[in-house]
Design a binder for this molecule. Structure first.
Ligand code: OGA
Ligand code: NI
Length: 364
């Protein structure tokens, strides 16, 4: 009998946090309460409680990058990827309407009746559209305060017909957004690879990445009655090469910097760019795929759109030969997508488990 009740409860949570909130809620259900050490304000005993500080990430001006100051900007990119694993870009050429329309139409999508949204719910990892909740809802013990919609986006014509047809302008607005983000990625990748100073190797990787995969992940974080007990997203690193993240004006993203969680200041109209696991592997550990997580709050709903870009599914990701030699042996095993997919379907892809599993431990 108790087992049945638990099963019923679990089913309820599978419908996501938006559904839960729409039905009225004054307390966070136990399912979403994280152990104390994982909660938003956990201070290690040996650390003094400091006033909350937001982190200003290095800012890259794309207009500068494309002008006579390119080499200077490339050095800033290299330093940002080494020290933070993150930077923000401004003057990126995407007009404000494209990003604003994307956020607005995504908001409308999450406001559709549950029956409409849940048409896209599936446990099939290779489905071109996936609606769901938490991080990995079939595996997570504790749930996250987040619903998502994941859209495969490159090559666009292969996937576009499967995208949600409601709201009526969703497909067309999301397609413009996906296409322009892909162009921004191609431009960013060229610069990032150039900043590694590996000449032809960089061009080769850029060509390969141009044909690579793109996954647009729309994250919806409804207001939470007790935000101090839960997380919007657990600590994780992104598995792809580079992620381009668009946030609305509500803060929530935190990154691990010098052993502490710091909040990224949202800059209206900017994109947050971060190094993914593939780039850490490709750069043989020089550029860091940094842990990040998301906090929620009690008053404002938050929407973010992450565009994850990776090598093609058939590529093998490995440290660039230009960055390895006798004194600098490869730090990671050759890694293909199949290995990755197998890994994430077998366990909770939290922390940097996957990247750790690919590390070669040299005996010195
Ligand atoms: C992600 C992610 C951060 C955010 O989607 O991988 O880290 O602010 N999102 O929603
Ligand atoms: Ni992420």
């Amino acid at each position: 009998m108790i087992a049945l009740v638990v099963e019923e409860e679990n089913k309820k949570y599978q419908r996501g946090v938006k559904h839960l909130c729409d039905n009225g809620l004054t307390k966070v259900p136990t399912k979403y309460i994280w152990p104390e050490t994982d909660r938003p304000i956990f201070t290690k005993p040996d650390k003094l409680i400091k006033p909350k500080q937001n982190l200003k990430l290095p800012i890259i001006d794309i207009a500068e990058l494309l002008g006579p100051n390119r080499s200077h900007v490339l050095r800033t990119i290299a330093e940002a990827c080494e020290n933070y694993g993150f930077f923000q870009v401004v003057n990126h050429g995407m007009v404000g309407d494209v990003s604003r329309n994307m956020i607005e139409v995504c908001k409308k999508f999450f406001e559709l009746p549950y029956e409409e949204r849940s048409k896209y719910m599936t446990s099939d990892m290779s489905a071109p559209v996936r609606y769901g909740t938490s991080f990995n809802q079939s595996k997570d013990n504790v749930f996250c305060w987040r619903d998502f919609l994941k859209l495969s986006a490159h090559p666009l014509p292969d996937y576009f017909p499967y995208w949600p047809s409601s709201p009526s302008d969703f497909r067309s607005l999301a397609a413009i957004y996906a296409k322009e983000t892909k162009e921004m990625f191609d431009l960013m990748v060229k610069a990032i690879l150039e900043s590694l100073e590996i000449d032809g190797e960089g061009d080769k990787a850029a060509e390969e990445l141009k044909e690579g995969s793109q996954l647009v992940v729309v994250n919806c974080y409804p207001p939470c009655p007790q935000p101090e007990l839960t997380l919007g997203m657990p600590p994780h690193s992104d598995y792809g090469f580079v992620t381009l993240l668009l946030q609305d004006d509500v803060e929530g993203l935190q990154i691990m910097y010098r052993d502490e969680w710091v909040t990224v200041d949202p800059i209206p109209g900017s994109f947050v760019v971060n190094v993914g696991d593939h780039l850490e592997i490709f750069s043989n550990g020089r550029y860091k795929s940094v842990l990040h997580r998301v906090l929620v709050n009690s008053t404002k709903p938050r929407i973010s759109v992450a565009s994850l870009h990776s090598f093609p599914l058939t590529s093998v990701v490995k440290p660039s030969p230009k960055l390895t030699d006798k004194h600098n042996p490869p730090q990671y095993m050759d890694t293909d997508f199949a290995t990755f997919l197998q890994y994430i379907s077998s366990r909770e892809p939290k922390w940097k488990n996957f990247l750790e599993s690919r590390k070669i431990h040299h005996i010195r």
